[in-house]
Design a protein around this ligand. Sequence first.
Ligand SMILES: [Ca+2]
Ligand SMILES: [Ca+2]
Length: 247
Amino acid sequence: MKLFSAGIIAAASAQMGDMDMGGMMAQFMPMVEAKYNSLDHEQMHRDFMEDNTGLFERYFEFCDIGGDGVLTPEDDLACREKAINLIQSRIPFPLDDIGAMGLPIDQASAVTEMIFEKFIDLNHDGSTTLEELQMGAYCLLRTAAQLGLQFMGDQNAELPRSMFPDFDEMSEQALEAINSEEAQVYFRGHQGLYQKLQRTLSTRKIRKVFKSADIDGNNAYNDRELVKLLFLVGEKAVELVEMYLGN
Ligand SMILES: [Ca+2]
Ligand SMILES: [Ca+2]
């Protein structure tokens, strides 16, 4: 954890040290909101139904502690505790590392709350149904992808495949990382996971993920395809984490 978190903490604290997160979000929010409102929400729903990989269902199932089909603020707290306990019971190093991350939790949750109120809790009853979570989060991701493509995309608001590293290169670098001496410490006693990770990171598998995200096969990624890519990568990541945690 030290290895992986150190960089993030350094980057986050440098960023957040004297940055007013709330103020920044307030500045961005009208732009995000305008883009979000301009989406064709019925089309979004159809796209989601086709591209969904079940990530939100899994999250919902994991966090609906009360088992009543809605996520309440109490579920939210209990879920965080459940996740921390689960991690704590499996990792071979003390959780102090995570506790010491020192991320500005108050600010982060103020932002989360703003997003929850504006985009997720559509009927404003203070809790979240699976449908609210799915559509709210999906439309927000599409919004983010569209905004990102305005800056990084080509004239068709697409990200050409050539903007990503080569599949061989991606695979090679990822495999190098998991085969490093430091990383090997984490795989002790987790040979099954290590082997699965190696398969997942093969050139062939990476190519397959990128290929299935490119719905129209034009070798470029529009906002829908970028979100689909994220879903596919997320699905693999969840599989690996579940394997690690022995679920
Ligand atoms: Ca609600
Ligand atoms: Ca495409």
